[in-house]
Ligand binder design. Structure first.
Ligand code: NDP
Length: 308
């Protein structure tokens, strides 16, 4: 019987683990072959310039490595497996990976969120998904050196991916469905000042086409409904995220699809605390994830002390 199990491996998970280290938590960091492997979304990002303590910025993967090292140093035991089922059995919890079953008295859930995809003709598996289409430019962009690529989205991820690809691809088209952007103004200005980036507004993706790989996409003008074809060999979705809650099978109450939490990060099930992007659809920053991990852990420690 584990005292506490942390599920996840982003900033929320590692921070939570650090704050419950006295209870020697087991941390399930995810399978390497999962859609997002250990380290979570920050491992698929480049520059992080707004995490406190790094005046010259840092890189997402480096930040996650540092957090993981610190947690491990504090005695957290890492399991490189994804939890595929979580159930409440009496006053305790049962967790399953593909290979094994575990039991725990308390759970800290920090499974984060995964990139959303657009499902239109041509974008699915067996069509041009991973044959030119991806939801992570930072992971897959290197294959598009000196090629024409498009990024879809109007938030910070889209800006970041477009700027990243502008250093690799010959031409980058940023496609957004409306004239207004959610992205930070400074990033938007930087993007507009980048010579090989062209912003196409207001367009929605209609379909993707090619031969064995993607060769072009068809867009529809959101105002006029006029179609427009664009030759690109790469297409990246940067349209937001969905929380990783599938394995919970409805165990926890949700709000907008995200796990609903109380101010102390408790969930609808006593003994399960949630933190980070799995429960946050508003802020979704590394630092807010880390701080919610701290809050969840402190509440969990209090919960455990009442059980003893
Ligand atoms: P956002 O939710 O901020 O933006 C998603 C974008 O995708 C929106 O512009 C939205 O359009 C568009 N979109 C959504 N669905 C569709 C669709 N079906 N078809 C076409 N377009 C669609 O997500 P992000 O991933 O960009 O950012 C998430 C959070 O992470 C934010 O809080 C952001 O600040 C943060 N972040 C921070 C970074 C940093 O600080 N370095 C880097 C990256 C992200 P519309 O605007 O019309 O709704």
């Amino acid at each position: 019987m584990q005292k506490v199990v942390v599920i996840g491996s982003g900033p929320a998970a590692y921070t939570a683990a650090l704050y419950v280290a006295e209870h020697k938590p087991l941390l399930f960091e995810g399978d390497y072959d999962a859609e997002i492997g250990p380290g979570g979304q920050l491992t698929t990002t480049t520059d992080v310039d707004n995490y406190p303590g790094y005046p010259n910025g840092t890189k997402g993967p480096e930040l996650m490595d540092a957090m993981r090292d610190q947690a491990e140093e504090a005695g957290v035991r890492m399991v490189t497996r994804s939890v595929i089922k979580l159930e409440k059995i009496g006053d305790t919890f049962q967790l399953k990976t593909k290979e094994q079953t575990y039991e725990a008295r308390a759970i800290i859930l920090a499974t984060g969120a995964a990139a959303k995809r657009l499902y239109v003709p041509g974008t699915r598996e067996g069509e041009y998904w991973q044959k030119g289409i991806s939801a992570c430019a930072v992971c897959d962009g290197f294959a598009f050196k000196d090629k024409r690529v498009a990024i879809i989205g109007g938030g910070d991820s889209a800006m970041e991916e477009a700027l990243y690809m502008s250093k690799i691809a010959s031409r980058v088209f940023l496609i957004h469905r409306r004239p207004g952007f959610r992205a930070r103004q400074d990033k938007l200005e930087q993007l507009k000042g980048t010579e090989n980036i062209e912003v196409l507004l207001p367009y929605q993706l209609e379909s993707a086409h090619g031969n064995d790989r993607l060769t072009h996409i068809r867009m529809i003008n959101s105002d006029t409904s006029e179609p427009r074809d664009l030759e690109v060999e790469g297409l990246f979705f940067a349209i937001g995220h969905v929380p990783n809650v599938g394995f919970l099978d409805g165990l926890l109450e949700q709000e907008n699809g995200y796990v609903k939490t109380k101010p102390d990060m408790g969930t609808s099930v006593n003994g399960i605390f949630a933190c980070g992007d799995v429960q946050d659809y508003r802020f979704r920053q590394a630092v807010t994830a880390a701080s919610s991990g701290c809050m969840a852990a402190l509440s969990c420690v209090k919960y455990l002390s009442k059980l003893d």
